[in-house]
Structure formats: C-alpha cells, structure tokens
Design a protein around this ligand. Structure first.
Ligand code: ACO
Ligand code: HSE
Length: 363
C-alpha cells in the first residue's frame, strides 16, 4: 500500500474524498477477545476547523464512499451524493465530513478477508462483533483524527445503530444526532430476516465455514440469495406491486424476480460473504438496553440535539421503532415521517426530504 495513504489528522493538501487508512491498534471486543492491529478505511470531505466535523455512518453494505464520483476501485458514485457535497444539505463548504468503512467490512477496513496474526486471511475464524465493538473502533478513529466532539453523527439503518451507540456511550462527544430508519434494538423480525440470510450463505457448498479465500470462488450463490431476501424487505409491498405487478419478461422471468436477481448479482460483485455474515450478526446483537438497565435508561443518557426520522412505508424498520427513539431521547423533537413508496431504502432514495431534515439539524 502507498504509505502516503496511511494518515492521521487531515492535512492541508489532502485530496478530498480520497480513501485513507488509519491504524488504530488493538480493539477489545464485547466477547472479551482482542482484535489485533485494526485498520479502518475512511474518506473525508471539507476542511476541519476544530469544531465542524460530521460523522456519516453507512448501512449494512455501504462503505466510506458517501460522496464523489465513481473512480477506480469504486464503480459507483457516492451513496449519499445527493446529500453530501458543496452547498448540499450536509455542506462540505462548511462542514468536515468523515465516513469510515465499518469494522468487519470489506472495503478497506479490518474484516474477515484481512490477515490474522499468522498472516492468513481470518475467514471463518474472524471474531463475532457487536455494534458496540464497531463504535469502539470508530471512537479510536476519531482519536487518531483529533476529533474530540462531532458537530453531528448521522446514520440510517445499521448506520443509525452505530450513531445511537455513539450518542449513548460517548454523549460528551456528540453534539447533534440524526437517526434514520433505525431501531433501539433489533426486533424479532429483523433478527429472523438476518439469521435466514446468514443461513443462506452458510448453506452454500462453497462456504467452507468461511474459509473459502483460497478456493476458486466463495459462496456467491448464498450471498446472492441473502441479498435478494434482504432486498424484498428493503422495498415496500406497494412499490413492488406498482412497479412490477405480475409482469413476465420476454425471458420468462417475473419482472420482480429479475429485479431481485439484478440486485443480488450486483452485490456479489462488490461484497464479501463473510463480511455479510459478520455484519448481519452484529446487527442482530443490537440492543442499546443490554447491560444498561433497559432501552429507556440507555436512551436517557443521550444529550445530543436529535432528529429521529422514519419512512412511512418501511416494513423492515417500522415507524413505531423510531417513535420509541423519539419518545425516549431527551433532546429529540417529535418523530419526523419521510413519505415514500420505497420502503426502508427511502433513507437512501428520498434525498430531498432527508436533506431538509439534515439542514434543520445542521443549519
Ligand atoms: C448506506 C448504504 O447502505 S450504502 C449502500 C447503498 N447501496 C445499496 O444498497 C446497493 C443496492 N441498491 C439499492 O439498494 C437501491 O438501488 C438504491 C437504494 C441504492 C437506489 O434505489 P433506486 O434508485 O430506487 O433503485 P432501484 O431499486 O430501482 O434499482 C435500480 C436497478 O434495478 C434495475 N432493474 C429495474 N427493473 C429491473 C428488472 N425488471 N430486471 C432487472 N433489473 C431491473 C435497474 O436497471 C437498475 O439497475 P442499476 O442499479 O444497475 O442501474
Ligand atoms: N440498501 C441498504 C439497506 C440496508 O439498510 C444496504 O444495503 O446497506
């Protein structure tokens, strides 16, 4: 790796939106295990003035490329391009935006495909992670970057889980909080869906208990299937009916079937199945109330000015979950409802409504 990419704090002349890496040392996990020599990949936009840093936390299969063009090694534009950039709702002319690839991920941060202390890929022996472990790594990154306090921490879905953990565990470091389409604890249905997706990967004969990196291919069919199951839950019943109905394509597939296959195939090209397993299991561990006297006690620790938003057609993270957050967080206003036909993915698609809420929080 180009050592100039291994950085600490932002420096004059840093390329904007270029991926950098921070070596944050060992992380002690909730399980008691130690994950050695952890590295997080991250990107930044804007200039740090000591008090203008905003942490944007991606969801399950996102990464640090929140904003910016497609580039070598990253075939898509930023996943929140509509919201993050000069003059946009999260205005990089004013704010210093930081986004890291999640611990356990596969876009540059330490994860199952990284080398273990013996120099071999971790594979199936990569330790189980919790959302709190992932935030512990992000706290270490903030320390490396010299960011004592975030102007705001922002996250949707699994990103919202980490944003919550930040605000509960480090309230003094989070001035404002934006929670989107997330929950205080993974519900039975969320656990059920993720557990089934994990099993789809494990059932693939090419999985080899996670030790597939030296084989011809990994559990691509399992990952594809997992993504298709997930994607159904990311969109609304109404949308699928309106867009696809019972239409059958010329190739004999239902249009909706073809659509899901398209999304499955796309993920397989950019994501590692072991990371999918580790990150899905981490989401299933999510419960802000664990060892804190329950959800209400945990939420009462948050001091940040908070906006909680949900999507009216989200069947995966239904509105009552965000209502619980808005009711329980002392500095939250009433629940904001984003109107969308797109279900859970509304937090990625409805940039105008989500952007307006971000402006309210950051303005
Ligand atoms: C914070 C984070 O989580 S970052 C991760 C975000 N990215 C992802 O999750 C990647 C998966 N993608 C998605 O979830 C969604 O595409 C979003 C949220 C990014 C965008 O949603 P939308 O703009 O509504 O896209 P939509 O769901 O309509 O999908 C469009 C794709 O389906 C394809 N498609 C539509 N109908 C069909 C069909 N019948 N057969 C095959 N493909 C189809 C389109 O060609 C298009 O392909 P492309 O994305 O390769 O250009
Ligand atoms: N499309 C999002 C949904 C999960 O919240 C992702 O893949 O991360």
């Amino acid at each position: 790796m180009d050592s100039s990419l291994v950085t600490g704090a932002w420096r004059e002349g840093d390329p904007l939106g270029a991926r950098k890496f921070a070596d944050i040392g060992d992380i002690t996990l909730d399980s008691g295990a130690t994950l050695p020599d952890v590295r997080l990949a991250y990107e930044t936009w804007g200039r740090f003035d000591g008090a203008n840093a905003v942490l944007v936390l991606h969801a399950l299969t996102g990464d640090s490329h929140v904003a910016g063009r497609a580039r070598a090694g990253h075939p898509t534009a930023g996943w929140w391009d509509a919201l993050v950039g000069p003059g946009k709702a999260i205005d990089t002319d004013r704010l210093y935006v930081v986004a890291a690839n999640i611990l356990g991920g596969c876009q540059g941060s330490t994860g199952p495909a990284s080398r273990d202390p013996d120099g071999l890929p971790w594979g199936g022996s990569f330790p189980a992670l919790t959302v709190r472990d992932q935030v512990r790594a992000e706290v270490a990154l903030a320390d490396v970057l010299g960011i004592d306090r975030w102007r705001a921490v922002v996250g949707g879905s699994a990103g919202g889980m980490r944003a919550l953990e930040w605000a509960i565990e480090r309230p003094e470091r989070v001035e404002r909080l934006f929670l989107l389409a997330t929950s205080a604890a993974a519900s039975a249905e969320q656990v059920a869906l993720s557990a089934t997706q994990i099993d789809a990967i494990r059932a693939d004969p090419a999985y080899f208990d996670g030790d597939y990196y030296d084989g011809p291919q990994g559990p691509l069919q399992g990952l594809d299937l997992a993504r298709r199951i997930a994607h159904i839950s990311y969109r609304s019943e109404y949308e699928l009916a309106e867009r696809f109905g019972r239409t059958v394509q010329d190739d004999g597939r239902f249009a909706v079937e073809s659509y899901l296959q398209h999304h499955g195939a796309k993920l397989v090209r950019r994501f590692d199945a072991n990371s999918y397993v580790v990150l899905s299991a981490a989401m299933n561990s999510h419960d802000v109330g664990r060892d804190r006297g329950g959800i209400a006690a945990a939420l009462s620790r948050i001091t940040a000015r908070t906006i909680v938003a949900g999507i009216d057609s989200d069947r995966l993270y239904p509105l009552h979950q965000q209502q619980e957050l808005a009711d329980g967080i002392p500095g939250s206003g009433s629940l904001e409802v984003v109107k969308s036909d797109h279900g859970h993915d509304g937090f990625l698609v409805e940039s105008e409504q989500v952007g307006e809420l971000a402006r309210q929080l950051l303005g």
